[in-house]
Design a protein around this ligand. Structure first.
Ligand SMILES: NC(=O)c1ccc[n+]([C@@H]2O[C@H](COP(=O)([O-])OP(=O)(O)OC[C@H]3O[C@@H](n4cnc5c(N)ncnc54)[C@H](OP(=O)(O)O)[C@@H]3O)[C@@H](O)[C@H]2O)c1
Length: 324
């Protein structure tokens, strides 16, 4: 990389609005070798699962991966939206190997059934992408008292990973990609306070805590699975113009709309991580715009990070055991 590329990338990394927006991607895609060396390669013969491909970043990633030759199987919660997405992804990518299974990430029984059906019908899984996510403005919990942001974006992805790990291990070298968010930067990982009580619930804070947990768990999976050929990557997509952002953060959306990334641009690093040779990527790192980034740019958020990740992983291991 040239000195100019390094300097511009570092300045963007230190900034927030330019770095997370199309301004940052435009500069990086001209200057960084990860972009100038060419497009992500084809992955014909590989099978990908992605959650949340009915819209936004997940939809764009599904199109890009199907176009590059992968068989794409996505998880969706609504049959009508799923069928429309399947048709649209197939038409946009020219692929006939696009399918879906129905499950709601906020219902662990349905997540278990999704994984069982997939394993019965497919003989390999090369890439598992945890993308489904949302900010919940109001506090809601399931019957067991688990708040739905935590249930759908921490507990359910953990369960899905556990259920699909044998298929990933059989296909090694294989990988899991977790779509986190730069919103996590303000939060430290504390398993004891991951779930906000109803009385102090704020959707954006709940989301940021969950996104911190997602990245930390990705690192913990990488540590526990080292040497197996299954790699774990977490990433943040930047600020992307999607229905999810428009609905959950209307003022933010109106103010920053001109510089928001397109869903295709937001999916770029997911596609990069799904397709690049494993030795280029390692395992257990946090990515943005095709480069590993610091997980704790605000030092006070680091806390007891490695120990807290181990504690959360152990807790989830116990909490999900009944669904195996
Ligand atoms: N957009 C951004 O600026 C931004 C920034 C940082 C991180 N992210 C992350 O990127 C990911 C995708 O977000 P997006 O902006 O593309 O939002 P989006 O357009 O709202 O897409 C979210 C996807 O997740 C699915 N989903 C949500 N809850 C689900 C559940 N309980 N079960 C199954 N599927 C569910 C949605 O399905 P339905 O069609 O059924 O609703 C949809 O397909 C999320 O993890 C988000 O946190 C986005």
């Amino acid at each position: 990389m040239t000195g100019l590329g390094r300097a511009v990338d570092a300045a963007l990394e230190a900034s927030v609005v330019p770095g997370f927006s199309r301004i940052g991607l435009a500069a990086r895609s001209r200057l960084l070798p990860e972009f100038t060396a060419g497009d992500p390669p084809a992955i014909g013969g590989k099978t990908v699962i992605i959650t949340g491909a009915t819209s936004g970043i997940g939809y764009a990633a599904a199109v890009a991966l199907a176009w590059r030759g992968a068989a794409v199987h996505f998880l969706a919660r609504d049959r009508g939206r799923a069928e429309r997405a399947r048709r649209d992804i197939a038409a946009a990518s020219g692929s006939t190997r696009v399918s879906y299974g129905l499950a709601d990430m906020e219902d662990l029984d349905s997540v278990r059934d999704f994984a069982r059906r997939f394993s019965a019908e497919h003989d390999r899984l090369d890439v598992l992408i945890h993308n489904a996510g949302a900010i919940h403005p109001q506090y809601r919990a399931d019957e067991a008292g688990t708040e739905l942001t935590v249930l759908g974006q921490v507990v359910a992805p953990f369960l899905l990973t556990r259920l699909l790990l044998p298929a990933l291990a059989d296909a090694a070298p294989s990988r899991m990609i977790t779509v986190s968010s730069g919103g996590m930067y303000t939060q430290r990982l504390d398993p004891a306070t991951l779930q906000l009580p109803r009385s102090r619930y704020q959707g954006v804070t709940a989301y940021a805590k969950v996104k911190r947990a997602q990245a930390a768990l990705s690192g913990e999976w990488a540590r526990r699975m080292a040497g197996t050929g299954v790699a774990f990557h977490a990433m943040h997509p930047g600020w992307v113009n999607t229905a999810g952002v428009a609905a959950a953060l209307p003022r933010f959306y109106r103010a920053l709309r001109p510089v928001l990334l397109t869903p295709e641009q937001g999916a770029d690093t997911i596609v990069w991580l799904a397709t690049m040779p494993p030795q280029r990527l390692g395992s257990g790192r946090f990515w943005h715009d095709r480069r590993p980034r610091p997980e704790y740019p605000l030092p006070w958020t680091r806390g007891q990070a490695p120990g807290a990740a181990r504690e959360l992983w152990d807790h989830l291991d116990t909490a999900t055991a009944a669904w195996l």
